[in-house]
Design a protein around this ligand. Sequence first.
Ligand code: ATR
Length: 280
Amino acid sequence: MSKQFALFGHPVTHTLSPRIHRAFARDLGIDMEYRAVDTAPDDFKAALDRFAEAGGVGGNVTLPLKEAAFGLCADLSPAARRAQSVNTLIRTDHGWHGENTDGAGLVRDLTDRHRLDLRGRRTLLLGAGGAARGVAPALLEAGIDKMVVVNRSAERADRLVDLLDAPGRVASRYWEDLEALGDFELVINATSATRHGGALKLPFGLASPRFVVVDLNYGEAAAPFLSWGRAAKAEAAIDGLGMLVEQAAEAFQRWHGRRPDTDDLYASLRAEHARLQTAD
Ligand code: ATR
């Protein structure tokens, strides 16, 4: 029987993950099955147990289950522990081992694909939820300069700053103070504000001359923030499609010991997204 892998999330109707992993497996000649399992949060633990009993050896976890997965793992990688969320599962003799490949995926996309030098960049991170926690440690490790975390609810921003435990490099500020924060060289939208048609009101004063904007969302959800970045004359406006492909490649490597080449797949997904956006 082929090795069994699955994505757990709720909903999973529009996910690209099965397509991405099947393409990697095909390219590398690896025999595996990968399916999407729509899992209500209340049923997640039972669903994982059923999957393991049926021979499941690895999984991915997406919204809204990443934090629950963190709580269900028998052990955790350092990145998962720092993020307090898990997007990749590996079955071991004593239960699930949890990893978080989002941060590594983002850094890989920005540095390798977009040729961005992250070192020394003054960074503004908008949001302090699961997505922000997933990427913040990897950005610090990649050598960004100071990071300011701004979140709608200030307590959550403070919690993320405490968790990152990098005194002098990371600070939280209030959303109302955005006008007074000065300018940044990297601004990352890790909020879910635009996922349901909402907007983010941001001042142009955040833009420095070598200013880059990154939205962890892709498709329609990334459009409002990236449009703001372009209007503010960003050198580059990057959505989360490349991060999605790269975090998948990182997970794939942990399962199979081989990292797939991502360029062709990224190019075809990018072409489809461009077509979809012009067709709207
Ligand atoms: P995810 O796993 O996608 O990060 P999450 O943990 O629910 O999801 O976090 C959502 C993030 O988007 C949070 O930072 C949230 O701010 P709060 O902590 O104040 O809730 C942010 N967010 C959601 N809607 C927003 C809005 N309309 N304006 C600004 N921030 C918003």
